[in-house]
Design a protein around this ligand. Structure first.
Ligand code: AMP
Length: 417
């Protein structure tokens, strides 16, 4: 099996990723790292989030940054603030033993003055959202006329978020001689056009099947009357007491309503959407990341760039209008070898959407019955009992309390036998 040592990476980079626990490259890293280290050819990578994309482009780019030159040598465009922060944090981690390399993240919704101050110190790698990058270019604070690398990360998301014009303007200011890398989970016509217009004979690589969901995700749907959507959601949460997932809603209003109802009904849930302030969003995300929050109710836009592994469920409270969005949503679970479930609550009028999505997924989306009260009760009781059974005790520490415990539970023993 290939290891990172097989690549032509410097010991500084190898030591940093070793500390991060990376031993074997992921499939996209296996393909991208040697390509970037050995050729100047542009690259289009079809890959979902969670496949190790950041290191795939980040490591070979860091390897080729000339830290003695202060000018910006790489710009990474990414759709959301959260993703920008994640990428720059990852890049700084990979560059732990290359302290002279500077990475700066620039994004909207945060003070531009601080970002300007950072940029004035000089930065080799910029990670930014298209809107803020363009703003800084117009102010002539940011200069990207000498870049060697341009990365368009989650390009389909950037288009979905309406960044097409900003991206065009940015791409036009970059020098001709550079290596452009475009990563996207889906490959709609608009992305092909970007590749055609702005890239030079790109090599195309893909991990997993094109336009399909991750292999480790199981898909099914519940058929309900529209008025019973919320009830079905509660039952899904009830039958999965250890759920750690995202419920996708269509609008900000619906997102807030569903989250409010769940909270009122005693579920460990909260909302994430564009009407919240940045501080509120950061707070919700930090609770979700640390798993203090089990159910995050979110709009697609707000959930973009959430990099949380180990999600057990994706719940489509409504099916999205575009099949690609479904694939993107469900690709947030079933990562890194873990199994995941993508559930949709569907009204009979939406069954045609299920069929269409199945075609793209090339996988069945099976119908399931909404769990009934008895089934839920059984599941929750068994779950509680397993938890009691699995509690680890340190015998010599609880020894003194045991007589009292036995006495309290003595009636149970009589019942069992
Ligand atoms: P990404 O798709 O870049 O967001 O990466 C997804 C997750 O996988 C992140 O938490 C990375 O730290 C982790 N990761 C990336 N590459 C590897 C690797 N080769 N071995 C182990 N973990 C990795």
């Amino acid at each position: 099996m290939l290891t990172f040592e097989n690549f032509d990476l410097s010991t500084n980079i190898l030591s940093a990723i070793k500390e991060l626990g990376y031993v074997n490259p992921t499939p996209i890293q296996e393909k991208t790292i040697p390509h970037l280290l050995n050729t100047n050819q542009d690259l289009v990578g079809l890959a979902q989030t969670g496949t190790g994309k950041t290191a795939a482009f980040g490591l070979p780019i860091l390897e080729q940054i000339d830290s003695r030159n202060k000018f910006t040598q790489c710009i990474i465009l990414s759709p959301t603030r959260e993703l920008c922060m994640q990428i720059s944090k990852d890049m700084m981690g990979y560059a732990k033993y290359l302290p002279e390399i500077r990475v700066t993240a620039v994004y909207g919704g945060a003070s531009i003055d601080n970002q300007i101050r950072d940029l004035k110190k000089g930065s080799h790698i910029i990670v930014g959202t298209p809107g803020r990058v363009l703003d800084l270019l117009k102010r002539r604070i940011l200069k990207i006329d000498q870049i060697k690398f341009l990365v368009l990360d989650e390009a389909d998301e950037m288009l979905n978020m309406g960044f097409k014009e900003d991206m065009d303007s940015i791409l036009e200011t970059t020098p001709k001689e550079k290596q452009t890398l475009l990563f996207s989970a889906t490959m709609p016509k608009e992305i092909r056009n970007i590749a055609l217009n702005y890239m030079n004979n790109p090599e195309e690589i893909s991990v997993g099947t094109k336009n399909s969901g991750a292999d480790d995700v199981e898909h099914f749907y519940y058929l309900v009357n529209a008025k019973n959507r919320y009830l079905a959601l509660k039952r899904i949460a009830d039958i999965n007491p250890d759920i750690f997932g995202i419920v996708f809603c269509r609008t900000r209003r619906e997102t807030q309503e569903v989250a409010d109802k769940l909270i009122q009904d005693g579920y460990n849930a909260d909302s994430l959407h564009g009407d919240l302030s940045q501080a509120q969003r950061d707070h919700v995300m930090s609770r979700f990341r640390s798993r203090h929050l089990q159910i995050l109710v979110a709009t697609d836009v707000a959930a973009r760039g959430i990099d949380v592994n180990d999600l057990t469920h994706i719940i489509n409270y409504n099916l999205p209008d575009e099949r690609e969005i479904y694939i993107h949503r469900s690709g947030r679970t079933g990562r890194a070898g873990k199994k995941g479930v993508s559930v949709s609550i569907v009204h009979s009028k939406e069954l045609h959407k299920v069929r269409e999505i199945q075609k793209v997924l090339q996988k069945p989306i099976n119908k399931k019955d909404v769990p009934g009260g008895e089934e839920i009760c059984h599941k929750q009781l068994m779950n509680m009992i397993s938890k009691i059974e699995q509690i680890e005790t340190i015998d010599n520490q609880i020894e003194d309390f045991l007589p009292e415990i036995y006495e309290k539970l003595s009636w149970l023993v009589v019942k069992i036998y």
